[in-house]
Design a protein around this ligand. Structure first.
Ligand code: GDP
Length: 313
């Protein structure tokens, strides 16, 4: 029988710009109760573009970790713009589900199509959140029709076409599975994630495979590879092999690992199949590469990269 990590869900959040992704994630974060409100929101405001610009790197994806009841929900933010197609695709490979946010008045827009196409191509089953339901101009019924139409145009399969829908006002922190009412909180969205997003497979007894989807850098630890443990487990101090995209292998020791807590990155010493983590100790690490055991190296399929290489300073 297949073991599952029921304690975890990995999702990406996708939307056309301004449809409310950031507001929704901030509100889910506040309501998850794991974090103090003011602290978190202030940090997001601060940690966005300024710091990245200063460092000369573009990290468009942000990992936010929430706790809902006994489940950790990792949410990867995605850039909506077509220039970052490769990055969106790589993020889709790290997760088991997506939340598609659509403005209840604007309906589907070019970036909605672009990101939804990427999700459907990866066989993910999107959950739809019709946001800004509080607006006088909201027209949720028509917007849902548009969303369905878009799924059909993009060749969604039967399972994908049965997407669950929540109606929300991210700004008010309310949501519901019903179109004509709002609950006082966003429980329905948390429940939708738990019910509809598959839990990762727990194959942690098999040999390690960790794949790097994104890069980061900081002055203390140097280069950081962010990605998913697809198989096995990893500990700080482990001697591991990095399989480069050209097939060459370099050995290194894992010196630091990070998990996510709210919007913060926190040091951890152990991770296993299903976890989204960041890893340092290898200055040569690059997107798409696989970390595996030294004695049984086995690479994951190479990831697609089509944007300019990240500039590390
Ligand atoms: P993002 O670009 O998808 O991250 O969108 P933001 O979360 O930054 O939201 C874009 C704008 O829409 C901001 O001015 C928000 O305050 C506003 N907004 C977000 N959610 C709602 C909502 O539920 N109702 C209303 N009326 N405005 C919202």
């Amino acid at each position: 029988m297949m073991n599952l990590r029921n304690d975890i869900r990995n999702i990406a959040i996708i939307a056309h710009v301004d449809h409310g992704k950031t507001t929704l994630v901030d509100e889910l974060l506040k309501q998850s109760g794991m974090f103090r409100e003011n602290e978190q929101v202030a940090e997001r405001a601060m940690d966005s573009n300024d710091i990245e610009r200063e460092r000369g790197i573009t990290i468009l994806a942000k990992n936010t970790a929430l706790a809902y009841k006994d489940t950790r929900i990792n949410i990867l933010d995605t850039p909506g713009h077509a220039d970052f197609g490769g990055e969106v695709e790589r993020i889709m490979k790290m997760v088991d589900g997506v939340i598609l946010v659509v403005d209840a008045y604007e309906g589907t827009m070019p970036q909605t199509r672009f990101v939804l196409k990427k999700a459907l191509e990866q066989d993910l089953k999107p959950l739809v959140v019709v946001n800004k339901i509080d607006k006088d101009t909201a027209r949720p019924e028509a917007v849902i029709d548009e969303v369905l139409e878009l799924f059909i145009e993009l060749d969604a399969n039967d399972e994908q076409l049965e997407f669950p829908v929540a109606y929300a006002s991210a700004i008010n922190g309310t949501a519901s599975l019903e179109m004509d009412q709002q609950d006082e909180n966003m429980e329905s969205i948390f429940e939708m994630v738990i019910d509809h997003v598959p839990a990762p497979v727990d194959n942690s007894s098999e040999p390690l495979q960790f794949q790097v989807a994104l890069l980061d850098y900081n002055d203390y630890v140097g280069r950081i590879g962010i990605g998913r443990v697809f198989r096995g487990e990893m500990r700080v101090g482990d001697q591991v092999s990095l399989i480069k995209t050209d097939g060459t292998i370099k050995n290194f020791r894992v010196t630091k690992m990070f998990g996510y807590f709210g919007l913060n990155r926190v040091e951890i010493d152990y991770a296993k199949a299903g976890d989204l983590i960041a890893l340092s100790g290898m200055e040569d690490i690059n997107v798409g590469e696989t970390v595996t055991p030294v004695d049984t190296p086995e690479a994951l399929p190479i990831l697609h990269i089509d944007e300019p290489t990240l500039q590390m300073t």
